[in-house]
Design a binder for this molecule. Sequence first.
Ligand code: NAD
Length: 309
Amino acid sequence: NYHVLSGKDISKAMRVDLAEKIAKIKNQHPEFNPNLKILQIGSRSDSSTYVKAKLKASTESGVSCTVEKLPENITDVELLNRIEEINDDDSIHGLLIQLPLPKHLNETSITNAVSAFKDVDGFHRYNVGELSKRGGEPYFIPCTPNGVMRLLEETNIPLKGKNAVVIGRSDIVGTPVSSLLKKKDCTVTMVHRHSENVPEIVRNADIIVAACGVPKFVKGSWIKEGAIVIDVGINYIPDATKKSGKKLVGDVDYESCKEKAAFITPVPGGVGPMTVGMLTSNVYEAALKAFKEETKLPEIHPVPIDTSF
Ligand code: NAD
């Protein structure tokens, strides 16, 4: 008797809602133009797929988006200089560096070079640090973790006091998801590749967030009856029946887990579309903040803006 949490449907509604909000503001203030810049370094095919999805979601949400492709062999200094120019460009509100970067580049210094005010991916050290603090105030929350939390909200189940097990401890998914669950007063356990007795730990979970990059890792026999299962994984496995020769699966064995879960996310159509939805929402927030600061005269030029999202 499980319920499928459709990130596809929720994110579609988010795009419609955002497009309406932006159009409403533009109606009175035509100069309001939320604008995202994506830098793609090199030409990894998986990165190109993600960038295309971000571009499409932006366009559908009324957010302008330009993708700038930079050569694979760009140096740290050249890339840092380009980032600096974009940081200084007031017409750009969000700057996203598509990861992973080619090996010769320093990912930490590159992500920290993006202005914290334009860091719509939430990877700048300021935003990372604020997110991990109790009562911290990041300007942006990373998109995939934020999408996971939005899906949990959809269940209408109070998170307070629940046992949450996060599988994976990466900087972009596992760790920030854990911070967000902690803020919601969950009891959070993070497991990783060195953890022992993972199935036993998962058996205690009311909420499972799988982000380990191992195809169909979480088995139905590990799931507590009535648990919420969120699958972040994106893995391609060989499949001779497909024209492409491969099939997309998550980090959860969907077929066996759905029998036990109360709520479960599919792959595709679960966390993936939520990620891009949260990105466009972050660009909107960035643009709104910049716009409010530029038009600092609320008494003379009232800006009737609904900031709830
Ligand atoms: P990562 O490789 O950076 O981290 C994987 C984590 O899982 C590590 O902390 C590792 O210790 C842990 N792990 C690996 N094997 C394990 C095991 N056997 N048992 C327990 N823990 C184990 O990956 P990531 O960037 O965090 O991504 C995780 C998954 O989510 C991948 O499948 C990735 O493609 C996907 N992803 C999806 C989205 C989205 O928008 N849906 C976004 C980012 C990543």
